[in-house]
Write a new protein. Structure first.
Length: 321
């Protein structure tokens, strides 16, 4: 009976056939063949702990947002205001957070309070309460007690002013064996509350790895060509300093020794590309944004007998592949 069915009918009945043909990688494949195989668990703390990541990057000369303060215990909260008195804007993060949870962006001060990125005013007491929640583990992986870090607020490159809503876009790149293989830019929206997180409502926009131009967008799994809040086209946007971004992502492999990682880069208007964080378990939505599967690209890199030590050579190789 099956032999009488056309291929198109089979494809409708078994959609996984199309996905496999396009090289779409699922979570089980990612976990078993790439994360488990190429990422040593002993190295995970280097990327799971944002403070360790920052110190490691700074020691290697990798550009990152400046660190203003680290809060480890509850009694340190009362002294935060004094530590930050020279800074009108900054970002508060849980050291072991994920998915953008617990991140607080302060864009200015008002009387004895703080103005958040959405325009709302937060009192000194509310500010301390938020840090206390971070320390208690409310936003951390596994709910374990955490540390709060306060760092420089990135002011994004003006090219993104019409395609971002109240937040900073970031470029997520998948790096395999030190070679960038796929990239997208995540654009904050009103729905995502200004955060560059796809699960919270940000837009994922595919980037041509060779040229740095955007070419497609996805918003809640729907293809889009314009930002829902500004109406501006998100297609054919040239990402500034594209080669520098690729070099920075390739360098991150050398920092942590993990074979399969996601690297998040932000573009500061004054300081250029800055490494925001790394992820040892990067999500797979980047395939939807690029309308292209990861698997074939990963397999081509996997087939290489040797990988260049030189970062520029790896970037050149990434573009050629």
């Amino acid at each position: 009976m099956t032999s009488n069915l056309s291929m198109s009918v089979l494809d409708r009945l078994l959609p996984w056939r199309n996905l496999k043909a396009q090289g779409i990688m699922g979570m089980n494949k990612r976990n078993g063949d790439f994360i488990a195989r190429y990422n040593k668990r002993s190295q995970y703390p280097l990327v799971d702990d944002k403070i360790k990541t920052k110190y490691l990057a700074e020691s290697a000369g990798v550009a990152v947002p400046k660190l203003y303060a680290v809060i480890e215990i509850q009694k340190q909260i009362s002294g935060v205001s004094k530590q930050l008195q020279q800074h009108n804007d900054f970002v508060v993060k849980p050291s072991h957070g994920s998915g953008g949870e617990g991140i607080l962006v302060i864009i200015g001060r008002v009387m004895n309070g703080y103005r958040k990125s959405n325009g709302q005013i937060m009192t000194e007491q509310e500010f301390g309460y938020h840090i206390s929640n971070i320390l208690s583990g409310m936003y951390s992986l596994g709910g374990l007690p955490d540390t709060a870090l306060i760092e420089q607020r990135v002011k994004f490159d003006p090219i993104f002013s019409d395609v971002s809503y109240q937040g900073v876009p970031d470029v997520r790149t998948i790096v395999f064996r030190g070679i960038p293989v796929m990239a997208m830019i995540r654009l904050p929206t009103r729905m995502s509350d200004g955060k560059a997180n796809l699960h919270q409502g940000a837009i994922g926009v595919g980037i041509d790895l060779e040229t740095g131009y955007t070419f497609s967008g996805v918003w809640h799994e729907q293809n889009v060509e314009h930002h829902p809040d500004t109406g501006t086209s998100i297609v054919d946007l040239q990402i500034p300093d594209w080669d520098e971004i690729l070099k920075l992502t390739a360098h991150c492999y050398d920092l942590v020794g993990l074979g399969y990682i996601g690297v998040d880069i932000v573009l500061d208007r004054d300081h250029g590309p800055l490494m925001l964080e790394m992820n040892a378990r990067p999500g797979l939505s980047i395939q939807i944004a690029n309308r292209c599967g990861l698997l074939k690209r990963l397999e081509r890199v996997e087939e290489l007998e040797t990988i260049p030590d030189n970062i520029e050579a790896r970037v050149t190789l990434a573009k050629s592949l």
